[in-house]
Design a protein around this ligand. Sequence first.
Ligand code: BGC
Length: 757
Amino acid sequence: MLTVSTLIDPGFSPHSLNKYASLLTTGNGYMGVRGTHEEDYTQQTRGMYLAGLYHCAGRGETNELVNLPDVTGVQLEVNGEPFTLLSGQFEHWLRELDFSCGELRREVIWRAPSGARVRIVSRRFTSMAQHPLLAMQFTVTALDRDVTLSFSSGIDGTQTNSGRQHLDELSLRVFGQQVLQGAWATQSGSHEVVITSHCQLSQPADSCFTAKNRRLMQNSVINLTVGDSVTLEKVSWVVQRQPDTLSLDTFSRRCLNDLQASAAQGYEALRAASQVVWQQEWVKCRVVVDSRDARDQLALDFAHYHLAAMTPAHDERTSIAAKALTGEGYKGHVFWDTEVFLLPYHLLTNPETARSLLRYRYLNLAGAREKARRNGWHGALFPWESAQSGQEETPEFAAINIRTGLRQKVASALAEHHLVADIAWAVVNYWYATQDEAFMREEGITLLTETATFWISRATEVNGRLEIHDVIGPDEYTEHVNNNAFTNYLAWHNVEKALHFARQFGDVKPAFAQSAADFLQRLWLPKPDEHGVLAQDDTFFSKPTLDLSKYKAKAGKQTILLDYSRAEVNEMQILKQADVVMLTYMLPERFSAEECLANLAYYEPRTIHDSSLSKAIHGIVAARCGQPEEAYRFWQAGCEIDLGEDPHSSDDGIHAAATGAIWLGAVQGFAGLSVCDGELHLSPTLPEAWRSLRVPLCWHGVRLVLDITADDIVLTTTQALSLWLWGRKVCIEGEARYARSDFLNGKFGTATSEGIA
Ligand code: BGC
């Protein structure tokens, strides 16, 4: 069996409770359950979310991922003393998430204030084999005297999203001595969820049930003799009832049957079934590095685990939240993070999942068309923040100035339009990687032409040329500018590809062809200056600079906004995140290596990296420019975003995009993978610390494995495949080894498009 890392929570601390609750989330793409402790702590935020279950709680709010009733809590008393790590002493501590099977484990030895010692071992996982299933065990052993234990566990409907209650209770039931069931509906009535739990103790106990104050609980008392153990095994089944299907009664009965059938198998069998699916995932997709720094493999496994746990591959009506299913940050909304930072991973490992993520946008076209129309444009203007309906979900206001009472408007929904072209970019990449004609003929072409139509209507004519005014590029510290280079180039790419593929698939409407051709001819694409540097927008170069070292040292915390207002930041050359560098990353074929390097050198000192989407991109561009050590520094800094020591970095969820970027950095940075004009290019260069790198990929339906060392690369494919290696075309079938020196010292002469394998 494949050995995969485990992530360790180094010790109990009230300060890092929520960070580790996010990092240790157990998830299966359908549901995410924060890795909270079974016992309560005031600072601890419990969370259980179903992908796609959003609700808007009231005036001034937007839809948010609903925090569901909790089933993981266990209140334990030992001889009448509540178990909490804040009192008594704990003599042993182990807490880890085992990535190989997605099991969260904890083992503590606790001495109650009165002196009784118990060992507590808990385990839980959400099943990869049966999505609605969450199983846990909680075992207590009396270590040095007889004890009386009382357990209280059930379904706790008091959970909220930061105090906002989304659910109305529909029913609470108990069946026999072990099964509890509750049904809730969101207040708008749009969603119903049924949670059923089977709670079984391994020893006879005095049990009773209570339903009080939104909690349905099983309460049990047990006398345990010294040396003995008791295990509470709890299996829960969490499902949404789809409207217009079975009645709630029939549906609930079905849930009960499903739960009982699963619970009868027992924890170990359920875990084993889930582990089989995890193992298949690991074998298919795991990137393996032999590094001097063991944390590098941990970071890659962390990324891989969360990429699987966050992705609703089972449901094309749902996409990936910016904080995955690990917390309530950004209210569970979907951003460009999905198409640009997460989709490439799926595309190159599980293309069906990439298709499903693009289908999510396709199914939400109605909302995007409506947004464009409401703003006076044509085509599709996708919402900057999206949830389930495809409507704009960006909150209208952000922080409040508590002196003036005025709220600051969030401008992204109004002007951060590059998302439209990012989606088109992802569609094009999907085609390049899969050649999926059926998708292109329907969803692909529709998405490309609708987004292109938006850009054509969005452009403004100025002295005969077309410009794009009043936008926000990826750098959100610079708002409402004209001709943001990133936006213009991506919009051009969007329209060009729409026209190209409309022609290729034979369905180009003459009016569209004409307006697209005109747009392509007249859209202003700012050119690099004499040093190769591209202006971020029309006014950027005219703004003053500021020494940012103080703020860069606290990257991610937006400390610049403590010293300067947003308006002041807007008037300086200060970037929150990669913008022109992002452009050189996304469209590498448009810029020479010298230009990429010049822009990296110019923009890096001006970039605080206050967004988690920034460092990794600088790293990949640095790697592509032949600076592997600089790239490695960026890559490791990107890994630290969630895995670093800051106890609060991930309180409200992990950074999904940064997780994708860990994979991107290894694959696009060090394995040097890029797609230029539809062809696969590899240009591996490992950092000093890495002795080898293994990357499994999927390209045109062919499975391809790269085994890279400093000196050579071995490519193994399941079928014949041609690709570019260090600038030369090679054809591979089976296994082929290439020495780096043969390519770089010109043994193969000039670049050729013929096979050299
Ligand atoms: C970044 C955006 C990103 C969003 C969600 C913001 O801080 O500036 O680029 O899409 O976070 O991750």
